[in-house]
Ligand binder design. Structure first.
Ligand code: ZN
Length: 243
């Protein structure tokens, strides 16, 4: 993401309620969030899940509907092992060739598919390449999606086959609330887990958190009970704990 776009997105993160738009975690975060896009992948996702389990890390996976359709057991395993699922469209269509209407259709299709499979209606959404127009952003909010971007990008999809993202990890100084973008359709993220754990410990940070842990408790109560309750909590300002 270029610095201007990153700056714009960070600013939006500061002015919009956290339930609408996240580029970083809240100030109260005790650790960082690892996020994995584009999967599930039949080879790398199981190996990654084994590695996360080894270090007792919970992460957030932004899955592609088509891949979930092909590998449903992997999506179920992600949930069964305590991770959070978010959506990343149905076909990972190129943003510049996708209208707002088409994006909404893709996201609806993916939400329905994943709900049928897992009984979970996803509410976290990451746009492919982090690109969204105003119409697409509003469309995602109409579908009650929280838009989740990132502030740390090791560019694992471009990484050297031998070194992977180790040079990035060596220079990484984690800060509370970091959202790290990785892809479980590439092998590099697997070898990076152990050194990232070390960096987090070196900085004295608490742990790894999932994106939904960073959303307010009020929203979860509201989602599970009723819109009426959401209005009540909103009126006392608790929901609009902006970040
Ligand atoms: Zn992607």
């Amino acid at each position: 993401m270029n610095p201007f776009r990153q700056g714009m997105k960070t600013m939006m993160s500061a002015v919009l309620p956290r339930e609408r738009w996240l580029t970083r975690g809240p100030d109260t975060a005790t650790g960082i969030a690892l996020t994995f896009d584009d999967g599930p992948h039949p080879e790398y996702t199981p190996r990654l899940l084994d590695e996360l389990q080894k270090f007792q890390i919970r992460a957030t996976f932004f899955v592609v509907g088509e891949a979930v359709e092909r590998f449903p057991r992997l999506a179920k395993r992600i949930i069964a092992e305590g991770h959070t699922l978010g959506g990343h469209t149905y076909t990972h269509s190129e943003p510049t060739e996708t209208s707002a209407r088409k994006l909404m259709d893709e996201v609806r299709r993916s939400l329905d598919l994943i709900e049928d499979l897992t009984l979970q209606r996803l509410s976290l959404f990451r746009p492919p390449k982090g690109k969204l127009s105003l119409a697409k952003t509003i469309g995602m909010w109409k579908l009650q999606q929280t838009i989740v971007l990132w502030n740390c990008d090791p560019r694992d999809y471009r990484a050297d086959a031998v070194q992977g993202i180790q040079p990035w990890v060596q220079d990484y100084r984690p800060e509370r609330g970091d959202i790290v973008l990785l892809h479980d359709t590439h092998p590099h993220c697997i070898a990076a887990i152990e050194p990232i754990v070390q960096r987090v410990a070196d900085q004295g940070l608490g742990d790894f958190q999932t994106i939904d842990q960073w959303l307010s408790l009020n929203k979860r109560i509201a989602r599970s009970e009723s819109d009426e309750l959401l209005l009540e909590t909103s009126s006392v300002g608790a929901v609009h704990d902006a970040k």
